[in-house]
Write a protein that binds this ligand. Sequence first.
Ligand code: GLA
Length: 425
Amino acid sequence: MNRKNLIALLVMMILPALGVNSAMAADAPKKPKISNGLALTPPMGWSSWNNFAEHINEQLMIETIDAFVSSGMRDAGYTYVNLDDGWQRYKGARNKYPLEFDPVKFPRGIKYLSDYAHSKGLKLGIYSGPGQTTCAGYTGSEGHEKQDAAMFASWGIEHLKYDSCCSHKDAPVPVLKTIFGDMSKALMSQKRGIVLHACHCGWGNIWEWAADLGINHWRIGQDLSDDFDYPGNREGYYFDILDMLDRGVGLEQYAGPGHWNDYDMMVVGLAGKRSKDLVGAGASNVEYRTHFSLWAMMDSPLLTGTDVRSMDSYTKETLTNKEVIALNQDALGRPATRISSVNGLEIFAKELSDGSWAVALLNRGSATADMTVSLRKDLHLPWSKYSIRDLWQHADLGTYDIPYTAEVISHETKVIRVYEVKDAK
Ligand code: GLA
C-alpha cells in the first residue's frame, strides 16, 4: 500500500470513530440489481396525508393540481400529486371487500384525476399496503398485488406508496422481501412506469435490500411529527425533524439515482394547520427552512404535506427555492454526509455533478453562533481559491482563500454552494 492509500485508509477508519464522516470518503453507490429506470432524482410532489388525512376528495385534488400550477410549485419541479390513505371505498379486510375508489369522494373516478393531472403536466400517485387493511383500516392489497397493479396502471397512476403500517417489525428479511417484492414485480410488469415507495418505518434495515427489489424510495423511520426538536419521541412513536435527520446519518451510502432514503413527507409550513391524525406543536419559519434545506441536502424525496392552495408567502418561498432544489435534483445523486458535529453545530457537505459542493451549516443550539468551514480541512478539497454563493440569500458572497465563517442563528441552516476558482493562466 502506498503512502497516499495508507493515509486515506487511516482517515476512513479514524473519522467515523470520532462521529465524523469524511465527505471525500463517500464511495459511489452500488447499482441496484433490478431497476424500473424511474426516480433518477428524488421524487418531488405533494401528499394528502399531513393536512387532510382521510378527508380527501375530487375537488381537493383538482384544486391542488391547479394550485401546483398557479403557485409555481410545478415550475419549481414538483410533479407528483399523491392520494394517501382514504381514497378507498371500504373499510375492512381485503378477503371480505374489494379494492375500489370511494364513489362519493371521487364521483368521476381516479382515471379522471390522472387525466386532469396529465393535462397540467403533472402525475397522480396513490396509496395501498401489503396487508389485509391499510393503516387507516381500508382494504389493502394482500394477495391481489397483480390485480391492483394493473388497476392502478389502467387509472394512469405513476406513484404508489405501499405502506406496511410498521408491521412485521421482527420479520425475517426474506419475508419482507417477498411482501414488497411482489408488488414491485407486479408494477414492473405494467407498461406504465410506476414509482414505488416502500413505507416500512425503516424496519429490517430496509435500505440494505430495497433498491435491489426495484424500490425507488423507502422510509427510514416512523412518521415525522410537526416538531423541530421534541424531547424524546411523541407518543413513543413519532420522530421530530432533528430525530429524522439523525436517523439518516450513515445511510447515505444506500441512496443513489433511482433509490432514495425517504425522510418522510415534509411538514414545512403546517404550523397548526395539519390534520388531526398528525401530531406536533408546529415549528418556526426558520426551523421549517432548516427542515427543507436538510431534506434537500440528504436527497430525500421532497413530498410536501402543506395545503398548497393556501400556503403563505414564506412557505412558498421556502418550498420553491430553485437553488436549494437543484442540490436535491442534482444528477450525481450523492446525498450529503455530516462531516462535523460539535456542541450542536453541524456541517453537512454534498458533492455535485459540476464539481462544486453544497455545504449546510446547521445550528441546533439555542444561541447564535459563528460557524466556520474549511474546504481543505473539513471537505479535503485541495482548492486554493473558491467562490461562495448563499442559496437562501441568492447572493454571491465573493472569492475566498481562507476558511469561510458565517453567523448562524439558533435553529437556522445556512446553505452555500462552493466552486473552485482557477487562476487565469
Ligand atoms: C402510516 C404512514 C403515514 C400515512 C398513514 C395513512 O401512518 O406512515 O404516512 O400514510 O399511515 O393511514
